[in-house]
Design a protein around this ligand. Structure first.
Ligand SMILES: [Zn+2]
Ligand SMILES: [Zn+2]
Length: 381
């Protein structure tokens, strides 16, 4: 079938929206008609070369839609199901999966960079030439073919924009708080960087009863949103890691139990470490450039029993965590709709990246089938 999609031709290259050929789903693959896709920093990492990927490529890894066709052997989903897509279709059998660390699956990570699906071949083409997938998904398109294991069924009343964000930003932030850190009621939490991921972490900390929850950012508008979402106090970036950490320590009564770092900047990572109190942990979510090195005040690590925890994809198991996040959204405990600051069409994808890079946007979402997504109209009322 033919679809419209945004193709990135090369590093720093243009994103060209045009027609592609999408092959039918193979065994254990699923064709999804997309409702919406969030635009993530990790997509831009392919544009500016932070992440290397084969070209030409269709970016996008934060989508949700309706199952339109299934390949042989598919058992997890059926035609008509609404799904959120996971970019870690973990294998379930490798040593990391057996250790209950599907986010570190040693089968999928080496395959992901090849730009195909699980068999390392592409279902996308243009004029007969292969076009590559991104993170097994490629959601800057009207439809995509993905591994069955990327599909997590969701209730039909969840809007596709919110459901799409659960596929990356929300789970990355919420999971860092609930899974990686294991924040408990009364723990002191600071969130550094209040974009879509950071605000998701903040909502998760508020939802479990962390106190206080302190929001840190350079942009006053984002701090205002953080306050509306339950931050007890806010700290504006003070120009250096030391000064910002001191302000967090003051606002928290002597340092936090968990400092969640969502920017990927080295100075913000140092801030996170310096903001912790004894036994506290800096939880590093943001993806830094490969050459980034963070010098730490080593003496304080043993003396204060400080810890540094890494978190990828919120240490999540998507089939377990997407539904519980969505249930708390439906009950109003995680007001995820507040993350969507801009809605654009596929043709406006360049503008989406501009907004993201301006620092003014929370999450920009592309509406991929304006009007109705086929299959959406049979939503029960
Ligand atoms: Zn992402
Ligand atoms: Zn695995």
């Amino acid at each position: 079938m033919n679809i419209r999609a945004a193709v990135l031709e090369r590093v720093d290259g243009p994103l060209v929206v045009g027609d592609l050929e999408l092959a039918p789903p193979g065994p254990e693959e699923v064709l999804v008609r997309l409702g919406a896709s969030g635009v993530c920093r990790s997509d831009y990492n392919a544009v500016d070369g932070t992440t290397s990927t084969p070209f030409p490529v269709v970016l996008g890894h934060e989508g949700a839609g309706v199952v339109e066709a299934v390949g042989d052997g598919v058992t997890r989903v059926a035609i008509g199901d609404h799904v959120t897509l996971s970019w870690t279709p973990s294998c379930g059998t490798c040593p990391e999966c057996v250790r209950d660390l599907p986010q570190l699956c040693s089968t999928i990570w080496p395959v992901m960079g090849a730009g195909g699906l699980m068999d390392e071949t592409s279902r996308l083409a243009r004029g007969g030439e292969a076009v590559y997938h991104y993170c097994f998904l490629s959601t800057f398109a009207e439809a995509c073919v993905v591994p069955e294991r990327s599909c997590v069924p969701i209730p039909r009343d969840v809007p596709f924009d919110v459901a799409g964000l659960v596929g990356c930003a929300v789970t990355t932030g919420v999971g860092a708080v609930w899974n990686t850190a294991g924040v408990r009621p009364g723990d002191r939490v600071a969130v550094i960087g209040c974009g879509g991921v950071g605000l998701s972490a903040l909502m998760a900390a508020v939802a479990v009863g962390a106190e206080p929850v302190i929001a840190v950012d350079a942009a006053p508008g984002k701090l205002q949103t953080a306050t509306e979402l339950g931050a007890a106090s806010v700290v504006q970036w003070a120009g250096s890691a030391e000064d910002t950490a001191e302000a967090i320590r003051e606002a928290s009564g002597g340092g936090v139990d968990y400092a969640i770092e969502a920017t990927g900047r080295g100075e913000a990572m140092l801030t996170a470490v310096l903001a912790t109190r004894g036994r506290g942990a800096a939880v590093l979510i943001g993806i830094p450039r490969a050459e980034t090195v963070v010098p730490l005040p080593a003496l304080t690590i043993p003396r204060m029993e400080r810890r540094v925890l890494g978190s990828i994809y919120g240490s999540a198991r998507p089939e377990r965590d997407f539904p519980r996040i969505i249930e708390l959204y439906r009950s109003g405990r995680l007001p995820l709709e507040r993350l969507v600051s801009h809605r654009l069409t596929l043709d406006e994808v360049d503008r989406a990246f501009e907004l993201m890079n301006s620092g003014d946007a929370l999450r920009v979402v592309l509406d991929l089938n304006p009007g109705a997504v086929p299959g959406e109209e049979d939503v029960p009322s």
